[in-house]
Write a protein that binds this ligand. Sequence first.
Ligand SMILES: NC(=O)C1=CN([C@@H]2O[C@H](COP(=O)(O)OP(=O)(O)OC[C@H]3O[C@@H](n4cnc5c(N)ncnc54)[C@H](OP(=O)(O)O)[C@@H]3O)[C@@H](O)[C@H]2O)[C@H](O)CC1
Ligand SMILES: [K+]
Length: 502
Amino acid sequence: MKIFTARQIRECDAFTIQEEGITSADLMERAANACASWLQQHYSNHTPVLVVCGMGNNGGDGLALTRILLQQGYPARAVVLRHAAQFSPDAAHNLTLLHQLMPENIRILEPGQYLSTLSEDILVIDALFGTGLNRPLEDWPASFVQELNALSNTVIAIDTPSGLPADSLPEPEAAVIRAQYTLSFQFYKRSFLHPEAAVHTGAVHLLDIGLSTQYITATHTQYYTTGAATAAALYKPRNPFGHKGSFGKVQLVGGSYGKMGAIALSTRAALRSGAGLVFTAAPETGNTILQVLNPEAMFIAAGKEVVEKIKAEDKAVLGIGPGMGQAPETGAALLRYIRSANGSLVLDADALNLVAAEKDMLHLLPAHTIITPHPREFERLFGKAPDSMLQVELARANAMKYNICIVLKGHHTAVVLPTGACWYNTTGNAGMATGGSGDVLTGILTALLAQGYTPADAARLGVYLHGLAGDLAAAASGQEALIAGDLPDWLGAAFRSLSGDL
Ligand SMILES: NC(=O)C1=CN([C@@H]2O[C@H](COP(=O)(O)OP(=O)(O)OC[C@H]3O[C@@H](n4cnc5c(N)ncnc54)[C@H](OP(=O)(O)O)[C@@H]3O)[C@@H](O)[C@H]2O)[C@H](O)CC1
Ligand SMILES: [K+]
């Protein structure tokens, strides 16, 4: 799904209005009705609702919503902050309609006025500012938001939590609503996909308000989300006439004293991701444990106690790094391999730390190599960024510079392609923030490459499947109990969901 900027969303609104021959007030009515339906599904009409409105169109949505809720029997009230000289035309129109229906349920707050005490059972709807926010909140609106945040009431934000920009991240101390839910129209706003915003958005629900598909299809963006539809489109069902030679050869390289488990996890994940043949290349000391853990995989001695040589089996796709350690012999072996490599390749963990220590290696990476850093490994490779969105921008610059795919791991892992396109993943949960999760991802990605997926497709599909396996595992055993070893066991169900078979 495409992610648009606030400016593009405004254009999309205008395009839709023109295309359908409707008024902007009609579109606002549609938006307010979508919110009302969501609320109806989740809260009975005995729930007291306070809609806190601004004077722009976000406030207009809030005023229209108050009217619709009143018509549905909710005890709903609106307060409007007089933060500007005038209302937007559609907000003014909806203020009039609400006034005609229930004038006593509207209160206008003048600058410096705050809500007096609010009973805890009141559901607060935040319709102060949406995508029209054009600067950080200051003075009265800022302290008003801080005051709302201090209450224990449930807060539901309309379109965006007020104070949160759509296309950038706020300063850490900025006044931004903390909502339990955000009901956002049609699109993710880019900021929602970054961890700094999660505390403000709460759970995000996208409400379809029928914006123009023609505009959406024709409009360029470099930012996307990978959801179920994208993943299903990327998936290539297994050829029923295939044999083990048809599904590729995976060779996972890594392991060292005390870290054989990492490469064992990658191996298991590759086995569960459809690879025809899987080899584990690890130090000899790991032979017994690795063969016992994954009897389906073949063992290759890559050194005595540490990885000293990396040699690809015929036509194998390599995934290098899990548990590999950073011994000098290992670094030298990696450099030798990368100098000669020309096929698909995944680099993770210690392989990335070795590259970070010898940055010239970045220039030697075969085209479209997939690297899978977590934010700290990323920092060692490419330097620091002030926030996670600027870190993605740094990733885009480096993916284009080195012609590689960067899988920047996080809450919404960003898959950054050599074209500069960035795909935010939408599966996964905090239970997966546990040792070994990344090793599993390396196995999945390498197995998909071996089966002929392009690096861009393998990266997006692999990250999605990894997160979905985590979601299924967490649904079964809870996030706390989730361990990386559970993930390969849920890959089968994750794959099946791609063909609608779940
Ligand atoms: N996306 C859709 O499909 C639809 C969206 N709708 C809703 O419209 C808003 C966007 O409405 P817009 O009028 O463009 O903007 P806002 O209501 O978010 O805010 C504009 C007003 O806020 C003032 N402003 C902006 N920043 C600040 C600030 N930091 N402090 C104080 N005041 C601020 C601005 O005044 P200026 O001083 O800048 O002139 C405006 O008064 C979108 O989010 C949806 O909720 C439509 O209803 C339908 C479809
Ligand atoms: K809002």
